[in-house]
Write a protein that binds this ligand. Structure first.
Ligand code: ADP
Length: 483
């Protein structure tokens, strides 16, 4: 069954679907089978410029529309997405590889951002500030920043888009979206949903195509006032450097290197289940996936036994099939990186408890077996660099102080997790971890109503919650002289 439109164009500018001006297309593969799914337009600088112009033209009307009306359109988009979860989930699995259950979960999560921001559109309040100069009045007026250039990754092809576009549109901004070329089909579906929901022409524009060129159009065009990016730290730093010239507002959701700390007072079953969920969902390809686990020495043996049994039970395969827990990695670079981290670890003395090879199954795609490693030392790559794959090292610690120090010993600061049943420790460790998000007996921080985002080299800016609106709003001070 073909769930997506075979004549997919991929460029949606000013309410019109069209080809790239150059006529070029790019093949979209299924990462499970490596078969071609379809082709989409390979847009470039010129296509992006058209989209920016359209967004710029649409801005005055959209920004002045009453929040209530904007809210209604976003809510309709939420409903349309929820009505189509099965088909959208299938498209997501086809182009990205994650198990269907996870894909449908992502679509529901993506829809929840539209719902939340349809509500939040009505609550972008200003401030009235009592003046020190007698008779004066002064107030702070929140206004949409303008045209937004959004750049999204392939690991969450749907929810990363709505997490950015939901608040941007709610605030009254207009948007040009550049999705990852590995997964443009989910982005195309979202554009169709916005179209159907009644978003006026030019308010949301989509350009699939050449990353460097579209990025350059965003960076060099003065009409773009804000760039919102989720992806690698390297590209994030590049975008920040290059946007300095026009002092664009930037928000960056970048890489992470999440630690999990398992204290001796933890509920081991919960800790093992959630460690598994954190590390192996999306085959380890999320920026908040656990990259390293530290277990208190006294429970190491017991914990690794419980965890090992669970890892061994994970099923690798085609995400469309029932009972599959782990799909393919997105491309060969993905498996090569996992292999490199694994080789580096075993060269330095790590022991493979299970897995340890590329999966030799019935599909051509880039699969890697879920792998658990023991005998870890801190100099291993896996303990310092983002693996983005199903490889999990188990390290030990003796004291809480030592665990916190190890957890914080990274340039990243996105998410960290720990397991404990002790209330004092819950507060102490939450406060001591240098991360934008901390999970206590919990590993899923990304929800519509709460602020997601990192510190240090994991970036800045928040997505989700009322905080998510701030990135798309500028605050104007109006001072009125009293007579
Ligand atoms: P990954 O290595 O996980 O693919 P990237 O940071 O390369 O992460 O990609 C995230 C998003 O950034 C994708 O949409 C990608 O096309 C885009 N991207 C990559 N390089 C650039 C660039 N130079 N300018 C703008 N966008 C880019």
């Amino acid at each position: 069954m073909t769930t997506f439109d075979a004549n997919t164009k991929g460029i949606f500018v000013n309410g019109e679907w069209r080809e790239a001006k150059s006529g070029e297309t790019e093949v979209v593969d299924n990462p499970t089978t490596l078969e071609k799914l379809t082709e989409v337009s390979n847009g470039d600088f010129d296509d992006a410029t058209d989209a920016i112009d359209a967004a710029y033209e649409a801005f005055p009307e959209w920004s002045k529309m009453s929040p209530r009306k904007r809210s209604k359109i976003l809510y309709r988009a939420y409903e349309l997405m929820m009505e189509d979860v099965d088909r959208l989930g299938e498209i997501l699995t086809l182009e990205q590889g994650k198990p269907l259950k996870e894909a449908k979960g992502e679509i529901k999560g993506a829809a929840s951002f539209l719902q939340w921001y349809s509500e939040e559109a009505n609550r972008i309040y200003g401030e009235l500030i009592p003046a020190s100069r007698e008779g004066n009045r002064q107030f702070v007026l929140p206004q949409p920043i303008g045209v937004v250039g959004a750049i999204t990754p392939w690991n969450f092809p749907s929810s990363m888009i709505t997490r950015k576009c939901g608040p941007a549109l709610a605030a009254g901004c207009t948007v040009v979206l550049k999705p990852a070329m590995e997964t443009p089909l989910s982005a195309i579906e979202i554009a169709k949903i916005f179209e159907k929901a009644g978003l006026p022409k030019g308010v949301f524009n989509l350009v699939t195509g050449k990353a460097q060129e579209i990025g350059e159009a965003f960076l060099t065009n003065d009409k773009v006032r804000k760039i919102t990016f989720t992806g690698s730290t390297e590209v994030g730093k590049y975008l920040m450097r290059e946007s300095a010239d026009q002092l664009k507002k930037v928000s960056l959701e970048l890489g992470g290197h999440a630690p999990i700390l398992v204290f001796e007072d933890a509920d081991l079953e919960t800790a093992a289940n959630l460690t598994l969920a954190s590390k192996f969902r999306n085959a380890g390809q999320t920026c908040i996936c656990a990259n390293r686990v530290y277990v208190q020495e006294s429970i190491k043996e017991e914990f690794s036994k419980v965890l090992l049994e669970k890892v061994k039970q994970l099923n690798v395969g085609n995400g469309l099939n029932d009972g599959v827990d782990i799909g393919p990695l997105i491309n060969e670079n993905g498996t090569e990186k996992v292999q490199d981290h694994l080789n580096d670890a075993t060269d330095k003395g790590a022991r493979i408890l299970c897995g340890g090879t590329k999966w030799d199954g019935e599909y051509e795609g880039h699969f890697f077996e879920p792998t658990l490693l023991d005998n870890i030392t801190d100099d291993m790559k896996v303990m310092n660099e983002e693996t983005f794959g199903p490889l999990l090292p188990l390290q030990t610690f003796k004291t809480e102080e030592e665990a916190i120090k190890a957890a914080n010993n990274t340039k990243y600061g996105l998410a960290a997790y720990f397991f404990t049943e002790n209330l004092d420790r819950t507060f102490r460790v939450s406060e001591a971890l240098e991360y934008g998000m901390v999970g206590v007996n919990e590993v899923f921080p990304s929800v519509a109503e709460a602020p997601f985002g990192g510190i240090k080299q994991s970036g800045f800016g928040k997505e989700g919650g009322h905080h998510g609106i701030d990135d798309f709003v500028v605050k104007k001070l109006v001072t009125i002289s009293g007579k």
